[in-house]
Design a binder for this molecule. Structure first.
Ligand code: FRU
Length: 516
């Protein structure tokens, strides 16, 4: 278990697996309603995301036997709307033979022309994943094929398909490259803070194209990379697409962390737009990790989903959940090109139905003095709002609140130019120590308070789902994902403004709690 390669998981083991002798208490009050959780047991990274037969397949790292990390296998679920999931039997269990093989993270592609030679007529699903062999202290890349539309997989007989005889070499992400007319893989060398690009015409024989890194954030193992072309908002035709390389890097002082690089990919080499030491943060919270996009989705949207890594608070009978699926694009900003992520339009467009039309709309509400505004008994809802905060004011929402003090604050501090989530008086279950307050600097200098205070209007989307909280600001330019563990009677929304005035220009809330 103390796998040197898995700093994030090691921290999690320390925090979430140690439980009282008398067994864990069930925590249905923290089971998310519109986010994916496994029915029971442990989950971490999303794996093998693919749209097939009209369904979004979500494979994921699972421990079929317990509430902590271990026995790594691929769990499986499908959905047509990214909200309701059908839980299917394990797709790939661990293999126990002389060399225990755990099925670590990877991807899946639809081999419609049988390029692999492993398919029945009509094509097959190929999973490309890391075989982690703890006894051999080795990680190498394996493929497995499914001729029953992704329900079960058979290992290719001549695995591994790439073996560097390394302890840390993992998380292959494969897509079809129209540039190369070949399969393209990006895979991490975690301890070298590098990724490697490989190409293949049959998914079995892989040629090294190039390496990228070290660069950006290099103080934690690089894991779960992916490379994707994305459209720059408002642009059309030639030059409207840029490449984005995303890398998870978790376990060191930043905790759970993901970064990205924008640049060019010429079919062989990725060239970073920015100086090598530029660090671009993907999510400002403390739990968004190992996110990868779906292959083969209809339409133009690139949609990805991440794992919200658990902290010290046990949940039972499951551990770990996925984020809201998010659509990806790019935006030109005065600071350069930036990644934009918004909750998947597939879900947003269905909010009226998903909420059974329990929608509240309001306009022009003063946030001062502090007031209890609304009860949301199920603690599962979705807010979209524009608020204007005067210079000198500190204003926002107190959510999952028991009274005017106990709850989670989401606010904007106009003096510091900071959007923040403050869980210092959240009550309820345990949160990661030292992570009570999480901030995003909105003055674009990267330094709090270094510009003159001004009045500011902010667009926010706030997703509360019992134990998860995701905040999207400025139409997806900033994201912050974290956990909350409110007491059952802590389910009100308060509004507050200190030190000056603030107003909600407009607000809409969809109640997504179950209808009884
Ligand atoms: C990321 C990770 C991956 C690995 C998997 C094992 O959370 O450490 O690098 O493949 O989890 O479960």
């Amino acid at each position: 278990m103390k796998h040197a390669a898995l700093p994030i998981l090691f921290l999690l083991l320390l925090s979430s697996v140690v439980r009282p002798q008398d067994g864990p208490a069930p925590t249905p009050q923290w089971r998310p309603v519109y986010h994916f959780t496994p029915l029971k047991n442990w989950t971490n990274d999303p794996n093998g995301l693919i749209f097939l037969d009209g369904k979004y397949h979500l494979y994921n790292q699972q421990n079929p036997y317990g509430i902590g990390w271990g026995h790594m296998s691929w769990g499986h679920a499908t959905s047509t709307d990214l909200v309701h999931w059908e839980h299917l039997p394990l797709a790939m269990p661990e293999t126990i033979d002389k060399d225990t093989t755990w099925r670590f993270s990877g991807s899946a592609v639809w081999d419609k022309n049988n390029s692999s030679g492993l398919c029945n007529p009509g094509g097959c699903l190929i999973a490309v994943y890391t075989a982690d062999q703890p006894n051999l202290k080795k990680e190498s890349q394996f493929i497995a094929y499914s001729n029953d539309r992704g329900r079960t997989f058979t290992n290719y007989a001549n695995n591994p398909v790439i073996d560097l005889q390394k302890r840390d070499f993992r998380d292959p992400n494969v897509t079809w490259s129209t540039q190369l007319n070949k399969w393209l893989m990006v895979v991490a060398l975690p301890r070298e803070y590098k990724v490697r690009f490989y190409a293949s015409s049959n998914l079995r024989d892989w040629d090294l194209l190039s390496e990228f890194g070290p660069g950006g954030y290099t103080r934690a193992a690089w894991e779960c990379p992916f490379l994707v072309p994305l459209t720059v908002e408002g642009k059309k035709g030639q030059g409207s697409e840029k490449w984005v390389l995303v890398v998870s890097a978790g376990g060191a002082e930043k905790g759970t962390y993901m970064q990205y690089f924008t640049g060019m990919f010429d079919g062989r080499t990725f060239t970073n737009d920015n100086p090598s030491d530029t660090v671009l943060t993907l999510d400002y919270g403390d739990c968004f990790y190992a996110a990868i996009p779906w292959n083969g989705t209809p339409g133009k949207d690139k949609t990805y989903i991440g794992w919200l890594t658990p902290g010290p608070q046990a949940t039972y009978p499951w551990t770990g959940q996925m984020s809201i699926p998010r659509d990806l694009s790019l935006r030109e900003t005065p600071q350069g090109l930036r990644l934009v992520q918004t909750p998947a339009s597939l879900i947003r467009n269905k909010l009226a139905d998903l909420s059974h039309h329990r929608v509240t709309e309001a306009k022009d509400i003063a946030l001062r003095p502090i007031k209890k505004w609304k009860a949301m008994p199920g603690n599962a809802y979705w807010i979209e709002t524009d608020i204007t905060v005067d210079a000198g004011a500190n204003a926002g929402f107190l959510l999952a609140a028991k009274d005017s003090i106990t709850g989670t604050r989401i606010g904007y501090d106009a003096t510091l130019h900071q959007l923040y989530v403050d869980r210092s008086h959240a009550g309820g279950g345990k949160i990661k120590p030292g992570r009570e307050i999480q901030t995003i600097s909105l003055n674009n200098t990267g330094q709090a308070g270094s510009a003159a205070p001004t009045r500011k209007t902010i667009h926010l989307e706030i997703l509360v789902d019992r134990s998860s909280l995701e905040v999207f600001a400025d139409h997806g330019l900033y994201a912050l994902s974290t956990h909350i563990f409110p007491d059952e009677d802590a389910n009100s929304i308060y509004l507050f403004s200190n030190g000056g005035d603030a107003v909600i220009n407009a607000i809409k809330i969809w109640d997504l709690s179950p209808v009884h």
